[in-house]
Write a protein of this length. Structure first.
Lengths: 395, 375
C-alpha cells in the first residue's frame, strides 16, 4: 500500500484545523455569490434572504448543544468567543466581585484573557491538573470564594485530548452560584455536549475544527440563570447588542451545516476514529519501545494521539516525515520556540515535552492512510533514533 | 428589468472571481500557523492576499492586520485610547461612535463636512493619550472628509489619528502615505469581497494593545485562527477594485444622471452634500412628504433595492444621526433614502429606479391634490 502515489501529505492535524466538508462548501458558495445581501438590510429581499439563512444556522448551533436559538451569538471564532466570555463577564460583574478560576492547561486565548484581567485588578486562580491532564474537583471547590464570578474550564484539551468531567464541574459551579464557561472548540462534534444537562452558562465553539469554514464561531450565553456581559465590539448593535458587526451569512451557514452533519454522524465517526487511533497506538507500541502516551487513556477524545518519543525530538521527527501533516502541539503557538505549557503542566520534563508529536485523525482519514502513516511513523522514529538526531543537531 | 440593486454601501455584490477564489481556498485545508506543508500553503494564501490589500491602499503588507469585520477594526483602533478621550466626528459609523460613551463629538456643517475650527477647539481641551477618529467618506451621504488636514492638526498635539476608510476604499483612491494617519479600517464586503473579513492598517512604529488575545497570529495584534478563505476573497476583491478603479468614473456619470433627473422633477430637491466632494457612487436624497420607510418598501415591491440610511441598525428605523448632525429637522431626515451604486450597476438600473421613484412621487402628490380638492 505504500506504493500508492501521493501528491500531498496525509493530513493528520485535525486539531489545528479540519478540511471543510464538501457538503458544507456546497451550501456556502451561493452566499459567496448571488446571495450576497447584508443580513441587516431590513428594507429589501437580499437582506431578508441572508437574514433567514442566519437564523436557520443559529437554530442548528443551538440544537447541537441543547440550547435555545436566542442564547446563541455568532463570533469570528473561538478566540473571540473565549475573549468575550471571560473578559466580558468579569468586567460586567466587576463592581461586586473580582475573582475568576481557570486551569493551567487552557488554550492561550483563555490564559491571555485571564492575564489581561489580572492587569486590570482581578484575581485569578489557575487550577492544576494531574498526569492525565484532569483537574481535581476538590481543588476547584476550594478555589471558589464569595468573590468568584466565573469558572472557565475547557471541555476537551486541544493538545492531549483530555476530557474534563463537565457534569461534575457544572454541578459544583451551579451549587456555588458562579458562572461556568467552557471552551468547547475541541469537543463539539466529537463528544456529546449539552449545556442544560452539564449546567454550562457560557460555551465557545468554532466551525473550523468540525469541518466548517475558518472565521466563524459562536458563543452560547445562557438565560437561566441569566448571564450578562460587556461586549468586545460595539457599533451597529447586531446580535442584540452583544456583538456588533455585519454577520457573514456564508460563514454562518457553513457553521450551521457543519454542526448538522456532525450531529448526525458523530456517533459512527467517534467509533471509527477511536478504532483507527487505537490501531496506530497499538502498532507503535508493538514495534517500538520508549513511547509515552500523553494524557488520559480513557478520558480522551477520539482521534487524538499525543506521544512523546524517547531518544528523539519532535522537530527531527517532523523533518523526516514530509509526507505526513502532523504537529508538535497547538498550531496557534507553533511558531513560538517555547515547549508546550500543557505538557509541562502534566509533569513532562523539557526533553519529553520537546519529543512530543500530536496526531489528530479526522473525518476524511481512510484506513489505508492510517496504515501508511503508522508504517511511516515507525520508520521515522527508528531513523531518528539511529542518528537522525545528530543530523538535526548539525542542521 | 426585474431588479435594481442600489444598496452597495450596505454590501456590494461579490465579484465572480472572488466567489471562485474563496471556494478554492476552502477546498485547500490548512491552519496558517501550522508548520507542515498544508499550513505553509494556507500561510502563502494569506500573505499573497495581504500584499494585494496593501497595494490597494498603498501601504506595506506588514502594516495590514486582518480582522473579522470593519466593526472589529474600528473597535480595535478606538480602544487604543489611553487615559485620554476619543474625539470623533458626529457622523461616524456607530462602530466608532459607540466604543466610548464619553467621546467628544466634532460638529459638521450643513454639507456634512467636519468643522476643523471646532476640532481645533476640542484639541485644546483634550489630554495626552487621546485619539482622533474621522472617517474618510460618510456611509450615508458619501461626503469626503478632510482627513489630511485632521492628521496635520493632530500631529501638532501629538495625538493618534484613526480613519475609518471602509466606505471610501474602492470608490476613491485611498493613499495611506498621503493621509498621514496612524490607523485605518477597511472592510472587504463593501468592495465586492466576502462578509466576515476586514483589516486594520497600522503605522509601523505604533505601540499596539490588542483587543482579542491568545495565539500570536497577525504579529500578536489580533489573536484567532485566520479566516483564510475570507482573506483570499478580500485579496481578490482588493486587486479587482484596484485594477478597475477607473470604472468609478462611469459610476460617477450614472450618479450624475440620476441626480440630474431627480432635479428635473423636483427643482428644489434636497440631495445631501451635493455641493461638496462626495464618493462618486452615493446619493442621499429626500422625497418631499414621503416617509423613507414607505419609499423603500414601495420601491422594494417593484424590485428596486435602496435603504433608509445605514443597514447596521438592525431593523430599527430611527432618524439618521448623520443627517441630524447636518442640521436636518426630523421631517427632512425621515424622508431621505440612500441610493448607492457600484461595480455592477447599469444605466438600466438607474432608469428603473428613476421611473419607480417618480411614479411614487407623482402618485403621492396627486393623492394629496385630490385630498386638498375634496377638502
Amino acid at each position: 500500500m505504500a506504493e500508492t502515489k501521493r501528491t500531498k501529505p496525509i493530513y493528520l492535524d485535525n486539531h489545528a484545523t479540519t478540511p471543510v466538508d464538501p457538503r458544507v462548501i456546497e451550501l456556502m458558495v451561493p452566499y459567496f455569490g448571488e446571495k450576497f445581501g447584508n443580513p441587516h438590510s431590513s428594507s429589501h429581499y437580499y437582506g431578508w434572504e441572508t437574514a433567514e439563512a442566519i437564523e436557520i444556522a443559529r437554530e442548528q448551533v443551538a440544537e447541537m448543544i441543547g440550547a435555545n436559538a436566542d442564547e446563541i451569538f455568532f463570533t469570528s471564532g473561538a478566540t473571540e468567543a473565549n475573549n468575550t466570555a471571560i473578559k466580558g463577564v468579569a468586567r460586567f460583574y466587576a463592581e461586586h466581585r473580582n475573582h475568576i478560576v481557570t486551569c493551567v492547561t487552557e488554550h492561550m486565548c483563555v490564559l491571555d484573557s485571564a492575564f489581561q484581567l489580572e492587569k486590570e485588578g482581578f484575581n485569578v486562580t489557575y487550577l492544576h491538573v494531574d498526569a492525565d491532564g484532569l483537574l481535581d474537583l476538590d481543588e476547584l471547590r476550594d478555589a471558589i470564594t464569595d468573590q468568584t464570578i466565573l469558572v472557565s474550564i475547557m471541555t476537551v484539551q486541544n493538545e492531549i485530548g483530555t476530557i474534563q468531567p463537565m457534569f461534575e464541574i457544572g454541578a459544583i459551579c451551579r451549587e456555588r452560584k458562579v458562572f461556568l464557561h467552557t471552551d468547547a472548540a475541541q469537543a463539539i462534534g466529537k463528544i456529546p455536549v449539552d449545556v442544560k444537562e452539564m449546567k454550562i452558562d457560557l460555551l465557545s465553539l468554532t466551525a473550523h475544527k468540525i469541518y466548517g469554514p475558518m472565521g466563524i464561531g459562536a458563543i452560547y450565553v445562557g438565560k437561566k440563570p441569566r448571564v450578562r456581559l460587556v461586549p468586545m465590539f460595539n457599533g451597529g448593535g447586531q446580535e442584540k447588542g452583544l456583538r456588533s458587526g455585519t454577520l457573514p451569512p456564508a460563514l454562518c451557514v457553513g457553521l450551521g451545516h457543519a454542526l448538522k452533519i456532525a450531529r448526525e454522524e458523530m456517533k459512527g465517526e467517534a467509533i471509527r476514529l477511536k478504532s483507527q487511533r487505537d490501531r496506530i497506538w497499538q502498532s507503535l507500541v508493538r514495534e517500538l519501545s520508549g513511547l509515552h502516551l500523553n494524557g488520559s487513556f480513557d478520558q480522551r477524545v477520539p482521534g487524538n494521539l499525543n506521544i512523546s518519543v524517547d531518544g528523539s525530538d519532535a522537530e527531527s521527527l517532523i523533518a523526516v516525515l514530509p509526507d505526513l501533516a502532523i504537529s508538535s502541539g497547538s498550531a496557534c503557538t507553533s511558531a513560538s520556540e517555547e515547549s508546550s505549557h500543557v505538557l509541562k503542566a502534566i509533569g513532562l520534563c523539557n526533553e519529553l515535552a520537546e519529543a512530543s508529536i500530536r496526531i489528530g485523525l479526522g473525518r476524511f482519514n481512510t484506513d489505508e492512510e492510517v496504515g501508511f502513516a503508522t508504517g511511516r511513523l515507525i520508520e521515522a522514529i527508528t531513523e531518528v533514533r539511529n542518528g537522525g538526531r545528530s543530523i538535526a543537531a548539525a542542521g | 428589468m426585474v431588479h435594481a440593486y442600489l444598496d452597495y454601501n450596505a454590501t456590494a455584490p461579490i465579484w465572480p472571481q472572488v466567489t471562485a477564489a474563496t471556494a478554492d481556498a476552502m477546498n485547500a485545508c490548512g491552519n496558517p500557523s501550522s508548520v507542515h506543508a498544508s499550513g505553509r500553503n494556507a500561510r502563502r494564501l494569506v500573505e499573497d492576499a495581504r500584499e494585494k490589500v496593501a497595494e490597494l491602499v498603498n501601504t506595506k503588507p506588514s502594516q495590514i492586520i486582518f480582522t473579522s469585520s470593519g466593526t472589529e477594526a474600528n473597535n480595535m483602533a478606538l480602544s487604543q485610547v489611553q487615559d485620554g478621550l476619543a474625539i470623533v466626528s458626529a457622523i461616524e459609523h456607530l462602530s466608532v461612535l459607540k466604543v466610548h460613551e464619553a467621546s467628544k463629538l466634532v460638529q459638521v456643517n450643513p454639507n456634512g463636512v467636519i468643522e476643523l475650527d471646532h476640532l481645533q477647539s476640542l484639541l485644546k481641551e483634550c489630554p495626552q493619550g487621546s485619539i482622533i477618529s474621522i472617517m474618510l467618506a460618510n456611509n450615508e451621504t458619501g461626503v469626503i472628509q478632510p482627513v489630511k488636514e485632521v492628521s496635520a492638526m493632530a500631529r501638532d498635539w501629538g495625538l493618534l489619528v484613526h480613519c475609518d476608510a471602509i466606505q471610501a476604499t474602492g470608490k476613491i483612491d485611498v493613499d495611506w502615505g498621503d493621509l498621514g494617519i496612524d490607523m485605518m479600517s477597511l472592510s472587504a464586503h463593501k468592495l465586492g469581497g466576502p462578509q466576515g473579513i476586514g483589516a486594520l492598517v497600522l503605522d509601523e512604529g505604533l505601540e499596539f494593545r490588542p483587543l482579542l488575545r491568545g495565539g500570536g497570529q497577525e504579529l500578536s495584534r489580533r489573536a484567532g485562527t485566520e479566516n483564510v478563505a475570507g482573506i483570499v476573497g478580500f485579496g481578490v476583491a482588493a486587486e479587482l477594485a484596484y485594477r478597475n478603479r477607473s470604472q468609478m468614473d462611469q459610476t460617477g456619470r450614472l450618479r450624475e444622471k440620476l441626480e440630474k433627473n431627480l432635479r428635473s422633477v423636483v427643482s428644489d430637491i434636497n440631495i445631501y452634500g451635493s455641493s461638496v466632494e462626495r464618493l462618486p457612487n452615493t446619493s442621499c436624497v429626500s422625497m418631499p412628504d414621503v416617509e423613507a420607510e414607505r419609499q423603500v418598501m414601495v420601491l422594494d415591491l417593484k424590485g428596486v433595492m435602496v435603504s433608509a440610511g445605514s443597514a447596521c441598525s438592525s431593523g430599527k428605523v430611527t432618524t439618521s444621526h448623520v443627517l441630524a448632525a447636518m442640521g436636518c429637522d426630523h421631517a427632512q431626515a425621515s424622508t431621505s433614502i440612500r441610493v448607492s451604486l457600484g461595480w455592477q450597476s447599469s444605466e438600466e438600473e438607474v432608469d428603473f429606479f428613476l421611473t419607480e421613484w417618480c411614479e411614487l412621487f407623482f402618485r403621492t402628490r396627486n393623492v394629496d391634490k385630490l385630498k386638498a380638492t375634496a377638502a
